[in-house]
Design a protein around this ligand. Sequence first.
Ligand code: DGJ
Length: 699
Amino acid sequence: MPIHAFETEWVIETRTTAYALGINQAGLLAHRYWGPRLPAPNDYPPAPNPLGWASFNNPAQLTPEEYPTYEDMKFTEPCLMVRFADGGRNLVLRFQRAEVVGNELRITMRDIAEPCSVTLHYRAHEQYDLIERWVSATNAGTTPITIERIWSAQWHVPPGEEYRLSYLHGRWLDETHLRREALAPGVKTLESRRITTGHHSNPWFALDRGNADEAHGAVWFGVLAWSGNWRIAAEVTDFQSTRISIGLNDWDFAWQLTPGETFTTPSSLAGYTAQGFGAASRTLHDFIRDTLLPHGHTLHKVLYNSWEATTFAVDEPSQVALAELAADMGIELFVMDDGWFHGRTTDNAGLGDWWPDTQKFPHGLAPLIARVNALGMDFGLWVEPEMVNPDSDLYRAHPDWVIHTADRPRTTGRNQMILNFARSDVQEYIIGQLDQLLTQHNIAFIKWDMNRNVSEPGWPDAPGDQRELWVRYVYGLYHVWGTLRARHPQVIWQSCSGGGGRADLGILRLADQIWTSDNTEPTTRLAIQHGFSQIFPANTMEAWVTDMGPAYLPLEFRMHVSMCGSLGIGGHLAHWGEAGRAEAARWIALYKEIRAVVQLGDMFRLRSPQEHAFSAVQYLSKDRAEGVVFAFRTYQPLPPQVRGQPPQLPPLYLHGLDPEASYTVEGFAGARAGASWMHAGLQIELPDFGSTVRRIRRL
Ligand code: DGJ
């Protein structure tokens, strides 16, 4: 039983961790503990009852509340802010009841004056050592309540310590760079205001005490499963209490909670490990693969994507020519990217008109798909369903369907506007269009793109407050995608937003993969993949080999970088020449042999490409019988010879092996105990811009 419930105290246990909360003497629901699981329920500390010692240091301000509201003398970040019909803004929640349903704890609190109640939900994901939290707020009164902020959780780490925050940061073409910095008193905000998750940061955090590494040290980490505007507020109070609030962004947000209505937030999932950042990532990887992804344990096919080869200039002959080359190389899935639909010759026109362009495909898509299938490959297609070009039949018919503000400019980005997916007529139209495509054609894969961020976030004929758009848009997106998924369950979907602009655990309930970045330059890509892997497993990390980057980077290096994820090819195959294609074919063949380990195994980041010019990453099957290690050297000047010895790269120490069992590592003579590979390490030599892949086998 993962949840121990007492009258006013609760302990949620997972396989190795525990989380405790309880009502304190002041009637506040307070945080008690989050860390390693202790022997018995009464080993956890009681709910804290801080004493105020001056009017400026009030007990309420000092209490680590599970879900603080805006009331009393707190001055720290509240999770919930509302406005009642009479203009009052204080919400004073007091405990009403608790219930345990299976592995879920529900604690309901009610305002002392208004019939407004809030239920905090806690679900134990026992075997993953994760706790999921979300909140539902109900208006049982007769007048509307305006919600101005409603976060999913406030996570508290042990007080009185200094913490370091890890987060991802970047921009388009350069996403998911890992950053680590000390948290100082005050609030550090990470957020998206773009209607998508964003290239700039991801709703993920990790806290440690400045001493954790990949394999050791206490780490508290969490995510928000949401694909729209989000916010993380990492706060260190004046009394050295550190907490992370996470949820929907309250910037420009409001929700009219009508009488009888319940609003439910997205989920935040969080965990604790004593085994460092690597273990935190592996926990998320397992959880994502096992519980979220629609096809979490299906091996992804090696794909070819035509974008960088043909851009908008697609037609049947050009695609057939590429498909023939791709099939010869052992590629299993041929994806035609942008440019195939009505009127699409540049990025100026066509979005919204999702039928084949008759000039480019006079006989429709069927002959191309048949040819691709005859070559032994599946066929995949690019769409950008949320978008419309002003130059399209759809926009001409429904100019009011886009997100806009009346009588104001409609700013375009890449010559396009965003369809208002909050509208049910838009949702039904897009479902109809894509359903028809998927029903009429043998399409095994869809790349769902989204190539701009929002402007003028208005909805003139909204049924309620226009600021609900931020959330209703994402509900609409989930509805459209979810409906199509349900109707076409065999299709593999990729989430792309100009690369990694929509990478989160909300979208991974619908999409099996993420297009990691439009940046496919392999040396930069190493750091992007390193950051991406903090949250997402390798099977979700679509990685193409393209022609981007300096010519001196060998094809081998490019292939190895992409073989660390779900391998794809995106270069212009006709330009690769026979020798290039033959070499790529050999790497594809090897990838097929190791992909189960890469896509579904445990990942260990041995040396960070952000910190080191010599980096390495290892994958190991769950039964620890088979593994693979990739190593990369970019430009690393080595010191001059030491006592006649040639300079060497630092040794690599493998991880996760059975210490007692014997293993071989490709390129090294003889078998050694797992403990030896892990503690004595192995010495690899690489030239500048050299790379290697070595298979690990248990005897
Ligand atoms: C942005 C994507 O990230 C690219 O891979 C490509 O699909 C283009 N859009 C097509 O317009």
